[in-house]
Every structure is written in C-alpha cells, then in structure tokens.
Design a protein around this ligand. Sequence first.
Ligand SMILES: [Zn+2]
Length: 264
Amino acid sequence: MSDIENFEVYAIRYATVERHSAENFIGGDVHETAARMDYFVWVARNSTDTVVIDTGFNAQAAQRRRRQFLRSPAEGLRLLGIDAADVREVVITHLHYDHAGNLDLFPKARFHLQDREMAFATGRYMSQAFFSQAYEVDEVTAMVRMVYGQRVLFHDGDGRIVPGITVHRIGGHTRGLQCVRVRTRVGWLVLASDASHYTANRIEGRPFPIVAEVTDMVDGWRRLAELADAPGLIVPGHDPLVMQQYPAPSPELAGIAVRLDVER
Ligand SMILES: [Zn+2]
C-alpha cells in the first residue's frame, strides 16, 4: 500500500432541486421538513491518474425534469483544472439520468460499468415505469454505442480502476449500482453514490424509495461501512450536507466544489 500515492478527492455540485423530505424515505418522514437534493460528479486525482466518477446531466435534461442546473459538470471540472476532453478513466456508478449523461464531453474516456447495470438498464424491468423512470433511453443507448466502440470496461462485483481506486457492486437502488473506494491521506474513502443518497438513509435505516431490491440496498449500507476506514469517510450521493461539511478547495470554488479527503 505504501507505494500507492494518495488521491485528492473532490465533489462538484452541478444541479439542485427543492423537495419534501418525505420523498427521500420509504414510508415518508415523520420530521417532514423541506429538503434539498444536490447533484454531484466526483473526481479523484494524484500526480499520475485522474479518475472522474459519474458524468451528470445537461441543461436540457434539467429543464425536462425541472431541476435547477448550476453548471455543466465539464465546467465544474475545468474550474478544478481538469479538461473533460482529456480524461481517460470515468466510472459510471449506475446509468440513471443524473449520473450517466454528457458522455460526448469525454471523447477519450473509457467508461467503467458493472455487467449487471447494463443488463438491468436494457432488460425486462425497463418496460415498467417504476424502474425505467430514472433512466433516459438516449443515455442508455449512448452507452450501448460506447460498448460497440470498445470504450466500456465491464466489472462484475469488485474491480480495480487504477492503483488506489477500486469499484464494488452494491446493487439495491439499481441492480448494478457500484460504489468507489479511494486511497487518500485520511484513509480509504468511499464515494457511496446512490447506495446512500443521504447519510440519514444509512444511519437511520430508512431506504430511499427509488429501489430495485431493497434488501440489497440495506445490505449495501453495511458494505459501505466495511469499505471505508471510518464512518466519516463515506460520502453520500445527493446530500446537501456535503457542501456544508467539507471545505471548498479555494475561496473561488465556494458553493461549487468541496474537497472530501479531509479530517472532519
Ligand atoms: Zn442519483
């Protein structure tokens, strides 16, 4: 381990929406407060590797689904000094519209995806709106084209992206959802993506209502804890607390990006 250079890890917020907290928990929320959902892409980099995790959606998708679009994920990356057009490795945690759009902004990238996610997103359950509503057929089709273009590297369960970064299938939310584990200066950090939309889903044991297999989602919370070196090193996928609990990497990036590999 000691010869692996630590990664810096950032969350970039690219969109947001106001919603009721009851929408975030199966069975609703007794507290019933106003709640925000933030949309992120993430990036891990050291002196040799830059790995982008998820690609977000674009302005048109935001308008269609009534989300407040803040900036293109590529613009967020640019503010961190990363040109999306140069990125070689992109992990797609799952193919939902808010995680897997904008593929054209990454012309040199290889996309890392779980076998079961592609099978799920192109299989029988997509004829049911309950399962297909968070997918965009054009985005899924774009990824199918990437497969034929030899630009998808499939993983089945656990896989290594580069030294110090691995992926792990969690399932639950979708059948092929994967989280990302990153070696950092504060220990192994886990980007949960939608294995835990909010920290409250995991801590309070209240599943998020968009779910393929709820038992896998519940088992996933434990898996996240096993993969991270400390509970504070599990980063939820949509929680607005992320922007409050982590520091901006510079004053200019306040409200846009936060650095995740920090002591809290
Ligand atoms: Zn999501």
